[in-house]
Design a protein around this ligand. Structure first.
Ligand code: SF4
Length: 361
């Protein structure tokens, strides 16, 4: 079993909602609530969930771009904190991030080489050494330094800008790369090229990835393990093949049921997941998924299910009372299996393309 590179324990972040004449705190948004997991050395951990589930806040907490209200981070055996083992400066050298918006991440007044060299200069590299490394990194991400080093962001395509952002993230020799929707804004063909580049770099540079995306197909393609978030909590985590073949949480099953299938006979005519996530300012008591869950019972409204020992990397863990044989749920120890509950179209292709109301009549 591989050693953990990063361990997060009980991470919590609530953002204040201010209002009124004096900007008083009126409420708190529960962005990330008691999240614990680990990332093993050399693995890719995919993170999925609906918009607003806390994926991006989690990424920022791991880099300490936002301060957690509670919880601890351990990086390669060292606790992160100014008075403990690893300082924030050292953490940020080891953990780098690539964001979705490739344009906003680059300074329009800096050439490509200057942007890549900037981080190295801040960490004490000489101008020549930083420039030389920037040129090497450009070649590594598939851009010829002779052609691209002196260009400015407005002279690059979206895919080229994202390659520059990846080169910039690699400049300080990080061990963990957080990819927050990094390929989501790219055309599909460019996305595939960047994914292949990320794969090659991971093998070549011995990197570890945290890969956040709303694209479930892409997450399955790149991930060794998958973590599913709902309303600031982890509801399921496990090996990617295991989670995709046999999703255990009703939310994960519904989420995967929303994927478009290229086989027209397997298209769905009803959304597997109805309604919007509840307001994160006032999350429901008990299981946060209970207002949308087909299997919700009284125990789900009063007691929050536990994920168990999710820090142990190879485990497939599900936070649902149906997976806890000792819970008071009538299906305890006998959770539903197989495909999600969505109605599937089994007619021919033309019928599958009809609007849902015609299919139902
Ligand atoms: Fe549904 Fe209850 Fe499981 Fe939550 S704990 S997912 S409400 S069955």
């Amino acid at each position: 079993m591989r050693q953990p590179l990063l361990i997060a324990r009980g991470l919590r972040k609530r953002f204040a909602v201010r209002g009124g004449l004096f900007g008083r705190t009126l409420a708190h948004v529960h962005a990330v609530d008691g999240v614990s997991f680990s990332i093993a050395k050399g693995e890719t951990l995919g993170v999925v969930g609906e918009s607003g589930c806390g994926k991006s806040t989690l990424a920022r907490l791991l880099m300490r771009l936002v301060e957690p209200d509670a919880g601890e981070l351990i990086f390669d055996g060292d606790a992160v904190g100014e008075r403990t083992g690893l300082t924030l400066r050292e953490l940020r050298k080891n953990v780098q991030m690539v964001f979705q918006d490739s344009s906003a991440s680059l300074n329009p007044r800096m050439s490509v080489a200057e942007s890549i060299a900037y981080g190295m200069r801040v960490h004490g590299a000489t101008r020549d050494a930083a420039r030389q490394t920037a040129h090497t990194l450009l070649e590594q991400v598939g851009l010829r330094a002779a052609l691209f080093a002196a260009r400015y962001p407005h002279e690059l395509s979206g895919g080229q800008k994202q390659r520059v952002n990846i080169a910039r993230a690699l400049a300080l020799n990080p061990r963990l790369l957080i990819l927050d929707e990094s390929v989501s804004a790219l055309d599909k063909s460019v996305e595939a090229q960047v994914l292949m580049l990320l794969r090659a770099l991971k093998a070549h540079l011995n990197l570890t990835y945290l890969f956040i995306s709303h694209d479930l197909h892409v997450v399955r393609y790149v991930s060794d393990r998958v973590l599913v978030m709902y309303l600031g909590e982890i509801v399921e985590i496990g090996p990617a093949d295991d989670v995709y073949r046999n999703p255990g949480h009703p939310y994960t099953r519904a989420l995967f049921g929303c994927q478009l299938d290229t086989d027209p006979r397997r298209r769905i005519a009803e959304a597997p997941l109805a309604g919007d996530p509840p307001n994160p300012v006032d999350p429901p008591p008990g299981c946060r998924f209970h207002p949308r869950c087909l299997y919700a019972e009284h125990v789900c409204t009063t007691r929050a299910p536990s994920l168990g020992e999710a820090l142990a990397a190879p485990l497939h863990a599900v936070a649902c009372h149906m997976h806890d044989a000792a819970s008071a749920h009538t299906r305890a120890g006998d959770p539903p299996t197989g495909t999600p509950h969505a109605f599937r179209v089994d007619g021919d292709a033309s019928e599958a393309h009809r609007p849902p109301d015609l299919l139902r009549s």
